[in-house]
Structure formats: structure tokens, C-alpha cells
Write a protein that binds this ligand. Sequence first.
Ligand code: FE
Length: 346
Amino acid sequence: MKPIRHGVATLALLVSAAAHAQANAPVLNIYSARHYQTDEALYQNFTRATGVRVKRVDADDAGILARLRAEGSASPADVILLVDAARLWRAEVDGLFQPLKSPVLERRIPAQLRSKDDGAGSQWFGFSTRARVVVYDKAKVSPADVDSYEKLADPVNKGRLCTRSGSHPYNLSLFGAVTEHLGPQRAEAWLQGLVSNMARPPKGGDTDQIRAVASGECAVAVTNSYYLARLMRSEAPADRHVVERIGVMFPNQATWGTHINIAGGAIARHAKNVSAAKQFLEYLASDEAQGHFANGNNEWPAVTGLAPPNPALQKLGPFKSETIPVSVIGMNQVKVQQMLDRVGYR
Ligand code: FE
């Protein structure tokens, strides 16, 4: 009897010690705009590897920035994850981040996918990329009509084009990049051309535009690559039908390359747990996490030289992407929004 009682007591002690350790484990507070179910595994793997517990707040980019501004120095946020280069840039300009000096991230993340290092480090880092590609109705549209962003404004595409709202971050960033490549005057004429070519007023998300091409409502649309890859990997008959009907074009392969945007992260200005925040951002650049971005959400790894073992991405790529620093996309945002107002692109 005695040894058994002793065993039970020891077990109870161990359980309570474990609970105590769990309660005292360091906690990392993440505000995330990554609206992808599959990210749960990413956080679990980090906790398993480091013992750091993750507490997450999910909101969209704008909601997260508003919340950080409202909370000020009382904010519990340690790490901020956003899904658009221009939003990352905005948050940096508004002083919501703090710089991070990390030789690991400098080595792993290409310079054009992180903010400029002013000596104290970079304020944010891109961890995955997504291309803004064109999909078209194979039965109605010749690939040569849509092989550049410029051609989307050509009269040949009159009545064919569908997009989500012009002021959605994904479009603002594309237009900011086009403004960088063409100059503001030509970019505004181009936006005017897009408006003239609309098959319907802008509405819905990227996947809705792809479906509208497949249903015949539109003939040309613009989408982030991961929405497309998601449909390509789907086994639902409706999705298979959509994928069969559409062609995919990576625009501007003969010129400046297809526009890419990033999902990225930063350490919050008032982070309470800077060392765990740094550890987490470095984890996101690891082979394991980079593979997760590719397989979980069909994004391309930001780290170069990693082949994503993802059949849809392999089928889509490789392609030539633009090489401008993604931060200039943010710098052009105000200009772009004014152009959109002038040409009536809602
Ligand atoms: Fe998205």
C-alpha cells in the first residue's frame, strides 16, 4: 500500500508542478491579420520548439493598426503580423513598430522584402510572397490580350474586366507598384482605362472574381495567387469546373515582372516580451515555417532557394517577379488613392 500511496503523491506533485510551469511559461501576444486557418499549426510548432505560449488576437490589417493606436503604451501586443506591404509601411511610419537587428533575418530575408535598415535594424520583414496574377476565360480571351498589366486597360478588353474594390489593400499595392514602374501620369491613364473596361462595378473578394470569370460574367480578372492555388488543390466539383475554364497569366514577364506583395511581421513598439518576439520572427524564417507558408496557405517562401513541395505552386511557377523594394508600394499609397478618386474607381 505504502509505495502506491507514495507514487500517487509524487504524480500529484508532478502534475501540479507542470501546471505551475505552464502558468509561468513565457507568453507571446500576437496580433495577426493572417486570415488562414492553417496557421494554427505554425503557432503550435513554435510553442513545442520553444516552450513559449502564444496568445493570438485576429483582426484585419486596418483593425489591428487602429487597435495598436488606441492601446498606445498599454498594448499587450508583442508581434504584429500583417498581409500587405503598404500596411506594414504605414504602421512603420506611424511608429507602431520597433527596429530589430537580427543577423538571421538579414541573411534569410531578401533586402527588398524588408524595411530599410537605418542602422538600428529593420522595422518589418516579409516572410512569404504572393503574386497578383491575371485569370481569363480561355474560350473568349487570347493570352496575348492579357500578358501585361498595361493591357488590362487596352480597348481590346472592354467590358471584360472584374476586380474587387480599387481601394482594397491588395489593389492599392498593385497600383502603387504600377505607379512606380510607369510614373504617376501614365499610371492614372491606366487606372482610367481599367474603369472603362469593367464588366461590372467592383465587388467581392479575389475568389469571387475567379468564379465570375468561370461563370462567364467577366472574362478577365485579377487575383492573389494563393486564392487560385487553393481552388487548384480543391476536390470540390464546382472548384474543379472553375479551374478547367480559366487560364492563368503572370503579367509583365517580358518587362518588369509580375507584381508581388508580402505577408510580414514586426515587433510592436511597446512589446513586453521582446526576446520571445525576436525568437518568433526568426522562427518564421526557418525552413519549417517557410514550408508551412507554402503548404498551408499556398504562398511562396520569402527565403530564396527553398522549393515548395506544393503541386499547385509548382504548376503555377516559376515566374519572374518585380524587384522594386516593397516599401515603395506604401510610399505611393496616398497618390494612388487620389488617382482612384479622380477616375472614379471605387
Ligand atoms: Fe487574402
